[in-house]
Design a protein. Structure first.
Ligand SMILES: O=c1ccn([C@@H]2O[C@H](COP(=O)(O)OP(=O)(O)O[C@H]3OC[C@@H](O)[C@H](O)[C@H]3O)[C@@H](O)[C@H]2O)c(=O)[nH]1
Length: 490
């Protein structure tokens, strides 16, 4: 087989050398034959054949030469040959590992296609590189784009969630702010008193009209104030501006029940004061003024406190002496409609005397036309004095009821007509306190002029009416319930 193959190869080389000048053919392991202008030459196997035109200087490769060009590998090296450089051909490329008969001669069809393919391959490789580069850039761009999109989506989502949370939280924030405001409530300015000067003061009926003004005064003076009230006529909102203050305490308690606390002074004001209120439940009024006063006197005795009873000019009844001083015994109907209050206060005064340790302060009602701040100052002056007998605290400026009605109508700017109704039973005809004792012993006298006091009172009552109008509770009518076809009324 081998011999036949070699023979065929030799034939092939002879044919070609006869027709083509400069053709060289090498078969590894065989002798080579070359043709030159001088004739055919034989070469031993493995001999190097040089083309006469190519030696010694490099010359362009003859067309159809069996040579490797730019992509050939040099033995033992990986460097590239320059395009068009001469190639040394050997029968066998050491190190190439080529087998005899496999390399050395390229079949005729391959000679013209090889470089083209290689060129194409080279071009393709560049393209491939370019394409790979572009693909890589595109990939990086798409990954970056996705990343940016993801981020913007995430940011958008985050913003939406945040705005939803903000919407839900906003009303809660508002509520917290309101609560904080109510907790960090600003109190009216309070004087600082040393431990020695600061007193623990109990005010019964402290949520009422006179009591709440007295509370303000004593709190602002720097004392510790405890208000006890059953809120029969008084209101929490009269003292709410002190709620939470460290010097203030509010106790819902009826003085008819005993009370056990530690105090230095007691202002005993708990009692309904206006005729409709004290006439509403006469027995309760009597109990409050008798049992209630007894309880407070018991407390005062127990803790060694000084007690001031807020009495009333009603203890003079329908007076036969004018003006009335503290020595006047009064002129009271003991079985009349006012007796529960008049006599209740008179018994309260008697009890205080019976305890032998009492200080009395005759209170004055709004209709006594003394401004409340004057009365409060008088009560405090009396409490802090050495006087232990009744003292009138009132405004001696005397006017008929009609004069007062006309003055109030003018100040309010009212067009309403003054109505004259039948006189109330046992209504005192004259009332004018003699305040010489208060002036002398307490250095006290009212200072607020009548018109100024009335203006302040009008302002106060306007606010009261507004508050009541805004806070009226109107129960909704319940729908009638149906039972077995019949309307049922509860
Ligand atoms: O049983 C009762 C009844 C009444 N009270 C309270 O006593 C307070 C009375 O205050 P009001 O506003 O009704 O009346 P005033 O402040 O004008 O009366 C004040 O001056 C007149 C005096 O005779 C009263 O004793 C004095 O309280 C109210 O806060 C009322 O709730 C009690 O604590 N217990």
């Amino acid at each position: 087989m081998m011999r036949r193959h070699e023979e065929a190869f030799r034939m092939h080389c002879r044919k070609r050398s006869a027709t083509q000048l400069g053709h060289a053919c090498v078969h590894p392991g065989l002798s080579a034959t070359t043709r030159s202008p001088t004739g055919l030459r034989s070469h031993p196997p493995g001999a190097t054949i040089r083309h006469p035109a190519a030696s010694p200087l490099p010359s362009p490769q003859p067309r159809g030469a069996c040579a490797m060009t730019a992509v050939g590998r040099q033995s033992g090296g990986r460097g590239r040959r320059a395009r068009g450089a001469p190639l040394r051909l050997r029968g066998r490329f050491p190190g190439s590992g080529a087998e005899p008969g496999r390399a050395g001669c390229v079949p005729p069809g391959m000679v013209s296609k090889g470089p083209l393919l290689r060129l194409l391959t080279a071009i393709n490789r560049r393209r491939m590189k370019l394409l790979t580069g572009l693909a890589f850039v595109a990939y990086v761009a798409s990954v970056w784009g996705n990343f940016v999109n993801m981020r913007s989506l995430q940011e958008n989502g985050d913003q939406k969630v945040e705005s939803k949370i903000e919407e839900a939280v906003a009303p809660l924030r508002e509520k917290i702010r309101d609560l904080e405001k109510s907790f960090t409530q600003k109190y009216p300015p309070v004087k600082f008193l040393s431990e020695k000067d600061r007193k623990r003061i109990l005010i019964t009926g402290g949520a009422g009209f006179v009591g709440s003004h007295l509370t303000d005064k004593l709190m602002m003076d720097g004392h510790e104030v405890t208000v006890v009230d059953n809120f029969f006529t008084g209101r929490k909102r009269n003292v709410e501006h002190w709620i939470g203050h460290e010097n203030f305490e509010l106790i819902n308690h009826d003085v008819v029940e005993p009370l056990y606390i530690e105090v230095d002074q007691i202002y005993h004001l708990a009692s309904p004061a206006s005729p409709p209120n004290y006439m509403y439940n006469p027995i309760k009024t009597l109990k409050t003024n008798t049992i209630g006063t007894l309880n407070m006197l018991g407390l005062a005795k127990r803790v060694g406190a000084r007690l001031l009873l807020a009495s009333t000019s009603e203890v003079y009844g329908d007076p036969e002496v004018h003006p009335q001083n503290e020595d006047y015994w009064g002129h009271v109907n003991p079985i009349g409609p006012r007796a529960c209050y008049d006599e209740g206060k008179r018994v309260a005064e008697t009890m205080c005397y019976a305890y032998m340790k009492q200080v009395y302060g005759p209170g004055t009602q709004t209709r006594a036309f003394q401004y409340v701040s004057d009365l409060v100052n008088g009560l405090v002056a009396l409490m802090n004095s050495n006087v232990s007998s009744p003292v009138n605290l009132g405004n001696p400026e005397e006017h008929t009821i009609l004069e007062f009605a006309q003055l109030i109508k003018k100040l309010v700017g009212s067009e309403s007509e003054i109505q004259f109704l039948s006189e109330a039973q046992d209504d005192p005809q004259k009332r004018k306190p003699d305040i010489r004792k208060a002036k002398l012993l307490l250095g006290w006298e009212p200072v607020v002029p009548l018109e100024e006091g009335l203006n302040k009172a009008i302002h106060y009552f306007r606010k009261e009416l507004e508050y009541q109008a805004n806070n009226q509770y109107i129960p909704k009518p319940k729908p009638a319930r149906m039972k077995k076809g019949r309307t049922r009324h509860n």
